[in-house]
Each structure stands twice: as C-alpha cells, then as structure tokens.
Write a protein that binds this ligand. Structure first.
Ligand code: DGJ
Length: 744
C-alpha cells in the first residue's frame, strides 16, 4: 500500500508488517521520516525536527547548511552542505560538483517496474505498487526519479534511482547509489558477512561506532571477502525477537554498503555501486539507472528478516521454472577426478550413480581444449576428444541411456594466455596497455564489454549446448578483475567499465536462459564469490562454496541463509578426509547438511563402500521425502555453533505449519554435561505435533506428541550423539485437526 497525504506532504508506504514514511520538506527536499513497525497514517513530520541547538543559532532552519547537515534524507546529494555520505555525486561540464534535488512531482504505479538489462524484482500488478518521486536540480537541469516498490505479501521495500540529463551538456555521474535513509541510533548492533575462498559469508555482529563502517567490493564481482548486505538491529535482538533492518543489493559487481554515525548520533545507511573506479558519462538526453537495493524490516528478530528476504526472492526475483520444483539430485565429477577423466570414467560414475538413485551427471572443468590442469585453454570451448573419446553427443547419449540427465561446466568470462583464442585475439583480455596484467589461476578476464568478444563467448557456449542433450549448466568465474583496460571504450568512459562488465554478464545470461528455456542454470564463482540476488534472477541455485566439509558448511550456509532461500544454496556431499580441511565427519552428517541445500554429490561414487552406497540411497530417499519443506518452507536458525561452541540447529517449516524438518549437528561433544534442549519456533501454537527422530533407533527414541507452544517454549530433548560431528534429523508433523487444543 502506498498513500500520499496532500496536507502533510507525507508518503506512507506499508508492507504487511512495516511502515515507511517520506516527507516533502517545506523546501522541497525528500526527507526520511520513519521506518519500522507498522503504524497509522499520523503526521510524523515532527520526527525530522529533532535538533534543539544549531551551530550558531537556535533557529536551526534559518540557514541551508544547518538544515542539510542533519535533515534525515532519502537520497542525499554531494556538494551542497550535507556533509554525511552522499548517494549522488555529479560533475557538470565545468567540473562543478553540486547537486540539490527538489521535489517536482510523483506518481504511484500498479505493479513493479523493470530496468532494461538489470535484474529486477517483479510482481503481479494487483500485488505490488511502485512510488516514483521525481526530483529536479534546476541548475544542472537534471531529474532524478526515486523508486520504491512494495508488495502485499512480504515485508520488503525495493529502491533505486534514475538520473536523467535533461540539459544540453554532457555531465559525469561520479556516484549513484541505490538507496539511503537516515535514522537515530538506538544503540544498535550491526551485522555484515565476511570470508575468503572456502570460507564465504561468515557472520560478524558488532556495535555500531562513530564514523563510517561497512562492506565493499572493488573486485568486479560480489566477492568471497565481503557481501552486499548489512543489518542494523537492536542490541537485544535475537533470532526471534527485536527490531532488525536488513539491506541487500540486487547486483553482482562492485558495491558499497555503509552505516555512518555522526555527531548527532544519527545513522545514515547507504547501499549501491561502489563509487571507487566509477564514473559514468551522461550525454545530453541520456539516463542512468542504478540497480535495485532491497530494504527489509522485521520486529521479530533475524529469522523475521530472513523470511522477508526469502519470500521476496522466491516469489519476486527468481524466474527459473525450477524455482519451486525438486531439483535433479546431481553428481559432479570435480572432487572425484579433477582434470583426470575420460568418457569411460564418467560412464562408470554414471552407472553407479544410477544404482544409488542419483539423477544427473555434471561434467566439470577439463573437457575442452587441452585442459589437463588449470593453466590453459579457457576460451577454447571445443571438446577434447582425447578425453571425451567418442565425442560429447555420444557421451550424453550414453549417460541418458543409463538413465541420468547430463550437465556441463563453463567459465565463459575467462581467457587463458595459453589458448588458441588468446593467440588470435590478444586484445580480448582485459589489460592496461603497456602494463603486464596481474595473473590469477594463470588466467585473464575476457573483455566481454567488447561485443565481439562477448558474442564469441556466448556463441561458443550455445554451440556446445546445441550439440547434445545438455540439461544443466554450471557457469563458473574464477578470478577477480584487475588492470582495467579495453580498446572498446574511449578514455572518458573507462570509469564505466566495471558496471558495463556486470551488464555484459547479465546480457549473456539473459540470452542463455532465453535461448535454452528448459536449462537448469547454476552460477558459481570459485565457490560462492558471486552468490548474490543479481545472479539469482538468472539461476535458481548458486554453488555456495568450494568447501564441502559439513562443519565448515555450517557457518557458510548459516550466513548465506540470512538472506537467501535454502532452495538456492548449492550443497553437496563429498568424501573424507575433506579436500578443503582434511576433516573426517560421518557420511550421515554430510548428507544432513547438504539436504538443507539443492543437494547432490561431489565424489567418486565408484570408490564408496557398500555401507556408504546404502547411505547415499537413504539420503536420496530423504531428499525426496523432505525437500519440499526445505525448498518452499520458512527457515529458522535455532542454535549456532559459532555462538555456543557445541552445536548447530535449524528448522524448515512448511508455510501451512503442518510439517517441519529439524537438523541438529553436534560439532564438539562435551563430556559430563547437561542435556541439550532445542526450542522450535514457528509452529501453530495450539496444535499437536508428532515429533519423530528420523534415522534413530525408534525404541530408544520413540516419537513424542507435543503441542506447538510446548515445542516453542519448552523445546525437545536431543539425545546427544556419541563422538564429534554427529547429527540428528527430526521430522515434525501436525496431528489431525481434532487434536486442536481449546482455549490454549
Ligand atoms: C571452481 C568451482 O567452484 C569448482 O566447483 C570447480 O568447478 C572449479 N572451479 C573448476 O575449475
């Protein structure tokens, strides 16, 4: 719901459980008024006038600087006296930097709005509304449209901006963030996500300090290191209680997300494309649109925030026809063989996989050019028939005959110096003329901003896909962008490169899913360096991390699931000792952890013991039984190993609250210690449930019947597994409606 009150000049945006208010100030600035728990339509403009004493005068609105430096803003601008972080910075033809946005008009549109070439949320017209506030800088003759989309079915507000150069001069946009808002610091904490390769998205919660703090990427991709997400939350906020504001960016390149606490203990939250290395030339008559930022508010703690993000992404961002469907259980040969495979080996894996119930074989890196290690051939997307003897079509036919689907790996954005394509097109690699480019994994980045190189890469992929019955693609990207240089852009547009690169990736992926509408696409970037909402627009699943160790995955999947639905998290069972950390964990635990993602295997199945084969078969069965709840239900973090040093626990609860799957992983066993009880929130409080310990001895751990409120407030006892890294799966099912408790 979006309403405008002509008298008070207030826009009131409402989601099912939150309110957001914006004021057109008496001078025409677009001012932030309120964001939080749903409230009525009162005039809250007094909230923007909080300062009691000005710099040199008590009459604080007398002068522009004292006004602009504390007025809560919606889209703050550079150069005119708001000294906090700006969202927009422009230099005009004479290189002056001021921008001041004054209200011009507004409209409220039914439904959402698509930005050409950029991943966007979508919704039926009847289920969402978009507010467009048009502002103007009359001196520059520039208009800026501020967009806000709201939805009837989830607590998210999606924001972005469009900058239109209506003048007859070229201007340069030096910074164009997607969202900003100001609020008072209520002694908030802040959460951001950090990591590295094989250690993605570990959660960091800390107090907000004075000055600026936040996360950035200038690596050309989202990155393993920091994530385009931040939350600010009550110091007392827990998983299920307290106010939480989450911000996430629908984008796959350089970003900045910051909180700035200033001299008045006000907070400014900003999110958008990283302005470092960004400068967009805007010719007369042209427009620039930022990607979309997602704002979420929950007064029900972090789980409430996660539900809002998950619902938004599942309902309004992921387009794939696979999004709500069971995904084929796949086996990927990467950790099984690395580069050392051929047709016979793959068929051996396929035959055994079929026996164990696996549904798709994915051939990973190493099938093309002369790629027997990772220092050559990227760009030479021609099947190596010395390895794939008999050719790709034959291999796929044989795999299909065995009864498995077939998938394939590509890394289309890369070029190896040792490749035929580089030898004939050395200018297709990103590099600065006269400077030796930095090498990573012995590869360079293909200059996909150059339409010729981009088209070549896309056509190479498409040709392979047309050559056989290939039903899945893993699109990988294994290095970050440096040494930015291209013959395809003039000098005064080089500052556009990073953004144009991301647009080029989006264009290629759009072509791919348009040309191959039944393809299941999984994005990947050296594990999870491009796990972001931008990529989810194209692929319903993304490889979460190259670290497949079940214990390492607890933190990685916990951080990832803060925003992203479990249905999107690529998660596989691999062998022990684990290839990333050398740890040995029970096969059962590896399976239970992977079952909370898209599920599959990453091992040489021909080398498993009989006992392990029967465990694979059991896990396949569990996936079939429970993956609907995991994919489409609500996810709750219950306990976190990183906080309690003992165990992890989480739940998936079906939307109708009739079924739940609880995963408990004991990391380290503690001797001579109290029992473990876990409290399970989110079930119907007045209904009875049957609680079954899935793979446990039913005589030792018989099912129990408990009420939803009991499960939430008293919890259930967990029989502590013997040894480290043990795990338990619990299935909870509602009893028939006659068991409804009266007056409870
Ligand atoms: C990085 C990916 O994350 C791995 O799964 C694998 O596909 C390798 N690249 C192949 O080079």
């Amino acid at each position: 719901m979006i309403k405008f009150n002509e008298q008070t000049k207030i826009f009131h945006l409402q989601t099912p459980n939150s309110s957001y208010q914006i004021l057109i100030s008496h001078k025409g600035h677009i001012s932030h008024v309120y964001y939080g728990t749903k409230i009525g339509a009162d005039d809250l403009s007094y909230l923007t006038r909080q300062m009691e004493y000005g710099f040199s005068s008590q009459e604080i609105f007398r002068e522009k600087l004292s006004l602009l430096d504390f007025l809560p803003m919606e889209y703050p601008t550079d150069g005119i006296g708001d000294f906090r972080e700006s969202a927009l910075a422009i230099s005009d033809a004479t290189n002056h930097n001021g921008v001041e946005l004054i209200y011009k008009n507004h409209k409220i549109i039914e439904g959402t709005v698509q930005i050409p070439g950029i991943p966007c949320v979508f919704a039926e017209k009847s289920k969402s509304k978009t507010l467009v506030i048009t502002t103007e800088d009359a001196v520059l003759n520039v208009e800026v449209d501020l967009y806000y989309s709201v939805f009837d079915d989830c607590d998210a507000i999606v924001r972005w901006a469009k900058i239109k150069n209506n003048s007859n001069q070229t201007i340069f946009v030096n910074k164009a963030l997607s969202a900003a808002f100001d609020m008072d610091d209520n002694n908030f904490d802040m959460i951001t996500l950090h990591g590295s390769w094989a250690r993605e998205r570990h959660l960091d919660r800390r107090p907000i300090h004075m000055g600026k703090q936040g996360v950035v990427s200038k690596r050309g991709e989202t990155s393993h290191q920091e994530h385009p997400f931040l939350a600010i939350l009550d110091k007392t906020a827990t998983e299920n209680a307290g106010n939480v504001y989450g911000v996430n960016f629908i984008y796959s390149g350089n970003f900045v997300a910051e909180v700035q606490k200033n001299q008045f203990d006000s907070l400014r939250v900003t999110m958008g494309i990283n302005p470092e290395n960004f400068r967009w030339k805007l010719n007369a008559g042209d427009a620039f649109e930022t990607p979309q930022a997602v704002l979420v508010f929950s007064d029900k703690g972090l789980n409430g925030m996660s539900h809002a993000f998950h619902d938004l992404y599942r309902e309004h961002l992921i387009r794939s026809p696979f999004k709500a469907k069971p995904r084929p259980i796949l086996i990927n040969n990467w950790e099984a063989t690395y580069f050392n495979f051929n047709t016979e080996k793959l068929l051996e894996i396929a035959r055994q996989s079929k026996k164990d119930g696996i549904e798709m074989l994915v051939m990973d890196d190493g099938w093309f050019g002369k790629r027997n290690n990772d220092d050559c051939s990227l760009g030479d997307w021609v099947v190596n028939e010395e390895k794939i003897n008999g050719g790709l079509k034959n291999l796929v036919e044989q795999v299909n005959k065995i009864g498995l689907k077939f998938g394939i790996w590509f890394e289309p954005e890369m070029i190896s110096p040792d490749s035929d394509v580089f030898r004939s097109h050395p200018d297709w690699a990103i590099q600065i003329p006269g400077r030796e480019p930095g090498m990573s994994r012995q590869q360079l980045v293909l200059d996909i901003v150059n339409p010729e190189a981009r088209n070549f890469a896309y056509e190479s992929v498409a040709k392979i896909l047309k050559s056989a019955n290939i039903e899945y693609v893993k699109w990988d990207m294994n290095r970050q962008l440096s040494d930015i240089g291209t013959p395809s852009l003039p000098a005064d547009q080089l500052g556009e490169y990073f953004h144009r690169y991301v647009l080029a990736v989006y264009e290629m992926q759009e072509r791919l899913i348009t040309d191959f509408p039944n393809l299941l696409l999984e994005n990947c970037s050296g594990g999870g360096a491009r796990f972001d909402p931008g990529m989810l627009y194209y692929s319903p699943q993304i490889w979460c991390s190259d670290d497949t160790d079940a214990i390492e995955r607890l933190s990685i999947q916990e951080g990832t699931a803060l925003m992203y639905p479990l249905s999107s998290m690529g998660s596989h069972v691999s062998v022990c000792p684990n290839h990333a950390v050398g740890r040995v964990t029970p096969f059962k635990t590896r399976g239970y952890v992977a079952l909370s993602g898209t599920f599959g295997y990453e091992l040489d199945i021909t080398k498993l013991s009989d006992e392990e084969h029967s465990q694979v078969q059991r896990q396949v069965q569990l996936y079939k039984e429970y993956s609907d709840i995991v994919r489409n239900g609500d996810y709750y973090r219950i306990a976190s190993y990183s906080q309690n040093n003992q165990f992890d626990c989480w739940a998936s609860i079906s939307k109708d609250k009739k079924q739940a799957l609880i995963t408990f992983v004991q990391v380290l066993n503690h001797p001579n210690y109290k029992s473990i009880f876990v409290k399970i929130p989110g079930l119907a409080q007045d209904k009875k449930y049957k609680v079954t310990y899935v793979d446990e001895d039913q005589t030792q751990n018989p099912p129990v019947i408990l009420q939803g409120s009991t499960l939430q407030n008293a919890g259930i006892k967990i029989a502590r597994p013997w040894g480290d890294f043990g795990s338990i799966l619990i299935y909870i099912e509602i009893l028939n409606s006659e068991f409804r408790i009266q007056n409870s």
